[in-house]
Design a protein around this ligand. Structure first.
Ligand code: NAP
Length: 248
């Protein structure tokens, strides 16, 4: 088990799904976790309570991280309350799937802003702190759809491919100050985001997965905890697929 004792971690979209499990596991490893959410205050409060009940430390902070000013204010609030920021997990994400002929411009903009611009917003604000600290971890939750593409997800796949470019560029840019930037690319994990698609395509997904099962949020969070740890200090610019061998 990797120790994150004394670290301050911010998880965007930590109120539900994969982000909630990442928040729990980071706290379980000893980090103090800021659970960001956009609209679901009750869910965020429940995760904070769960973490506290397990002996960990967490607070919830609302911000729509697709908005540049709101994301900057969120990161500032973390620094104000805790005096530093060690780990940023850009996890907030959404889908608005459709074939391109039916996809509206607002569906493109909404998904790009929520999944990609949010990460740029938060990374910019966090980099200001991490560069001064000469340490930090930025971990972007991308997707196998950003590596292999997916019919009906031109907006989502583009946002996730964009996150990979952002990861590699920032890794080159801020690595000299000992800040690492990596991406984790989950396969299919049952959450609110994927329940419909998994219900419709479960057998097909499993058939195309070498390990013959769906992923879990815990599978993803375990890799995030590693990337957040001191032991991962020489790993940067990488995209680690947690997909059971779906995209090889
Ligand atoms: P989810 O269950 O739908 O949870 C999404 C989270 O993002 C919620 O906490 C939500 O907050 C938050 N969020 C959405 N828009 C936001 C915004 N503008 N500002 C702040 N927070 C925002 O999704 P999930 O399945 O856990 O997905 C988490 C990440 O993993 C996403 O980036 C997704 O693309 C990626 N991923 C998921 C899968 C999968 O199979 N599930 C596979 C590959 C990649 P509220 O609760 O306030 O709405």
């Amino acid at each position: 088990m990797f120790s994150l004792t004394g670290k301050i971690a911010l998880v965007t979209g930590g109120s539900r799904g994969i982000g909630a499990t990442i928040a729990r596991q980071l706290a379980g490893a000893g980090a103090t976790v800021v659970v960001n959410y956009n609209s679901n205050a009750e869910a965020a409060a429940a995760i904070v309570a769960d973490i506290a009940a397990a002996g960990g430390q967490a607070v919830a902070m609302q911000a729509d991280v697709s908005q540049t000013e709101a994301a900057a204010e969120l990161v500032k609030a973390v620094q104000k309350q805790f005096g530093k920021l060690d780990v940023l997990v850009n996890n907030a994400g959404t889908t608005r799937d459709n074939v391109i002929m039916m996809m509206k411009e607002e569906d493109w903009d909404y998904v790009i802003d929520t999944n990609l611009k949010s990460a740029w917003n938060c990374s910019k604000a966090a980099a200001r702190i991490m560069l001064k600290q000469r340490s930090g971890r930025i971990i972007n939750i991308t997707s196998v759809a950003g590596i292999a593409g997916n019919a009906g997800q031109s907006n989502y796949s583009a946002s996730k491919a964009g996150l990979i470019g952002l990861t590699k560029s920032l890794a080159k840019e801020i690595g000299p100050r000992s800040v690492t930037v990596n991406a984790v690319a989950p396969g299919f994990v049952p959450t609110d985001l994927t329940n419909d698609i998994i219900t419709q395509m479960k057998d097909k997904i499993i058939e195309h997965t070498s390990l013959q099962r769906l992923g879990t949020a815990a599978d993803v969070a375990a890799v995030v905890v590693f990337l957040a740890s001191d032991e991962a200090g020489f790993v940067t610019g990488q995209v680690i697929a947690v997909d059971g061998g779906m995209v090889l």
